[in-house]
Each structure stands twice: as structure tokens, then as C-alpha cells.
Design a protein around this ligand. Structure first.
Ligand code: ATP
Length: 348
């Protein structure tokens, strides 16, 4: 069992606020991903849970017990870093075994536990190799096995895939997802990669400048972003966002006119829609603008068009072709549009 509660957890260095009133309950066995751009406070939040960073204000509780002042070694958490931190002169077996020695687990248990952990990450055949004789992906799996072997209640993972190449990242990602399911351990995972977050998480916490912007399932975050920051951060490409004016349910901006929107708000708005919710049409489209670029994706073509100063992405059929500068029209269904307050950034 490990339910983690963060109660208004704040980290300040002098007047600089690294993490501001982080308030969340993470139920037992949840896979929670902290997502946000560099410097948003993800790592600091995780380090406070691990006990590697003092909490300035607020409380951290595990299963109802306050752990703010508990030594890192007395917290039942195992951390996996992006740098792996393996001991170069120990072989894989001894690297995985190391936490058992440190924790004075009876020697008689070591062999079975090391073998079980190494089998889970498919390293059985590499136990006698030194880290230098392994690929990056294999080293990362040693780091995972070393966390697994402790059988902790909580896993903390800080960008564990960032040193791997794109292909290995995808396969190791699948392995981590599978492991977390098998181990049934509360996991907090830090990344700035929104695809990693969406594919791994039960819930995602989107952070910016030390402040939690939204907490939700990947679907909630994708379908109903709480504000402009989340809308612009999630999705590949991110949501199209344009400034314009709403009047009587009609949005108008350069090259764009969309009718049938909610009519209970008049004035300047930021309108958002996703590339896949729009489509290229021969005429009568809500968007009418010249092609800016075409990207062939294999299963589709991403068309961008320049509307005023804004680049708008529209996902088109894989056979769609046009020259740069050609006029195109796109249908943007009103029911797929999001409206944001341009001042506060909040979803209207
Ligand atoms: P990244 O993805 O780059 O690792 P992050 O979201 O994990 O970023 P943190 O490492 O948590 O960000 O840092 C949050 C903010 O706190 C940053 O602006 C950072 O410069 C600042 N910060 C971190 N450690 C300290 C420190 N010891 N003293 C002062 N400021 C710090």
C-alpha cells in the first residue's frame, strides 16, 4: 500500500518559488506522470517526495503518515534517474544486488530477488557483463531492475528514457508500462515529453512555472484542456490557437470565420481546435488561406496554412497534395472548437 498525499507542497529558494502549493492525492498503484517544460518544477517535486530536497511549506504523507522529516533512506521509495548511475566496476548482477546489501536484506534472499528482477527486464543473459559492455537500453534496464529488486512501495522515475534513441525509447516505454502493471506499485514519472506522458499515465499533472495547470487522465487533458498553456502543450501538433473576436456565436479572425459557437460570450477570445478535427474542403470552409507547408506523415498529410500571422495545421488525407502558396479551404466544426479567455488563459 502506498497512497501519497501532497498537501500544498511548496519549494522556495529565497524569493524564487520552484514549486507552488502542489496539492494532490495519488492513490495506491497509480501511474502518475508529471509533465511540463524544462524548469517547471517536476524534478523538484519528485526530489521532495524522495527526501532529496527539503519541503519549504506543506506536507507530504504516505499512507497518512507525514514523511517531511524522514531521511531518504528510510522512505520506501526507489528512484530511477536519466543518468542510470550504475557502478562501472561491478557487473550487472552486483549492480542489481547492491540495494539489497545496503539495506541489509538477508543474503539468502539475494540471488532469487536479483534473478527475478533481471528476468522482468530481460537481462538474464547479461548478468556477468560490466555496464561498459552494454547498450544504452540495456543499461537503462539494469537501472530499472535495481529499483525493482528493492520491492519498494513507490517508484520515482526522472526522465528514464531521455538518453535512449527514438526507437529504443518506444520499446522501453512499453516495457515500463508493462512492468508497472505487473508490479502494482505507485509510480511517479517525470517527463517533458507529452507523448510519453499520454502513453504511460493513468493521470497526468501538467505543470508550468512551478504551478499545477491541470490534473487529469490523458483523454481529459487532451479533450478538455483547462487553459491555453495545456492546449498548446499537449498533442502533436499542439492545438491550433488563434486570437479573434466572438460576437453572437460567430468567431472572426484573419482568414477565419466560424459560426454556431456559444453565444453567451462576446468579445476577444482565443479559439482552439485540433488539426485532426479540421478537414480540407473544396469551398465554403471556415478557413480560407494559402498553404504554408506540407508534411507527409505516411498515413496522412499535415497541411499548414498561414492565417494572419498564425500557422494553422489541418490533417488531410494521405494523398492530398498542393503547392506552397496555393489557396485552400478547411472545414472547422464549431462543436470541436475550444474557447479561452485571452487574458486569464482559462477555458471558457
Ligand atoms: P527539467 O526538465 O529541465 O529537469 P524541471 O521541471 O524538472 O526541469 P526543476 O529541476 O524542478 O525543473 O527546477 C524548477 C525550477 O527551480 C527551475 O527554474 C530551477 O532553475 C530552479 N531550481 C532548481 N534547483 C534550484 C536550487 N538549488 N536553487 C535555486 N533554484 C533552483
Amino acid at each position: 500500500m502506498a497512497e501519497i498525499q501532497l498537501k500544498n507542497v511548496t519549494k522556495r529558494w529565497g524569493s524564487f518559488v520552484g514549486v507552488d502549493k502542489f496539492d494532490l492525492t495519488i492513490p495506491d498503484r497509480e501511474f502518475l506522470v508529471l509533465l511540463g517544460p524544462s524548469g517547471c518544477g517536476k524534478t523538484t517535486t519528485m526530489r521532495m517526495i524522495a527526501g532529496l530536497e527539503d519541503v519549504t511549506d506543506g506536507e507530504i504523507l504516505v499512507d497518512g503518515t507525514r514523511i517531511n522529516d524522514l531521511d531518504p533512506k528510510d522512505r520506501d521509495v526507489a528512484m530511477v534517474f536519466q543518468s542510470y548511475a550504475l557502478y562501472p566496476n561491478m557487473n550487472v548482477y552486483d549492480n542489481i544486488r547492491f540495494p539489497l546489501k545496503v539495506r541489509k536484506i538477508p543474503e539468502a534472499e539475494h540471488d532469487a530477488r536479483v534473478k527475478r528482477a533481471s528476468a522482468m527486464v530481460e537481462l538474464d543473459d547479461f548478468l556477468h557483463r560490466k555496464p561498459a559492455e552494454l547498450s544504452g537500453g540495456q543499461r537503462q534496464r539494469v537501472a530499472l531492475a535495481r529499483a525493482i529488486v528493492r520491492e519498494p512501495n513507490v517508484f520515482l522515475m526522472d526522465e528514464p528514457l531521455s538518453n535512449l534513441d527514438a526507437k529504443l525509447r518506444v520499446s522501453t516505454r512499453a516495457q515500463i508500462k508493462n512492468l508497472s502493471h505487473e508490479l502494482k506499485v505507485t509510480t511517479i514519472y517525470v517527463t517533458h515529453d507529452q507523448i510519453e506522458a499520454m502513453t504511460l499515465a493513468d493521470r497526468v499533472v501538467v505543470m508550468s512555472k512551478g504551478i499545477v495547470q491541470q490534473v487529469g487522465t490523458p483523454t481529459e487533458i487532451y479533450d478538455t484542456p483547462a487553459n491555453i498553456f495545456v492546449a498548446g502543450f499537449i498533442g502533436s501538433p499542439a492545438m491550433n490557437l488563434m486570437e479573434g473576436t466572438l460576437s453572437g456565436g460567430v468567431f472572426e479572425a484573419a482568414n477565419v470565420r466560424i459560426a454556431g459557437l456559444p453565444s453567451d460570450y462576446d468579445g476577444p477570445v482565443t479559439l482552439g481546435f485540433r488539426a485532426e478535427d479540421a478537414s480540407i474542403v473544396p469551398d465554403q470552409g471556415e478557413l480560407s488561406a494559402p498553404v504554408y507547408s506540407l508534411e507527409l506523415l505516411g498515413d496522412a498529410t499535415m497541411v499548414t496554412a498561414k492565417a494572419g500571422g498564425t500557422i494553422i495545421s489541418v490533417k488531410a488525407d494521405k494523398d492530398f497534395r498542393a503547392a506552397i502558396g496555393d489557396p485552400i479551404q478547411a472545414r472547422i466544426p464549431a462543436e470541436q472548437c475550444h474557447l479561452f479567455d485571452p487574458q486569464t488563459g482559462k477555458h471558457l
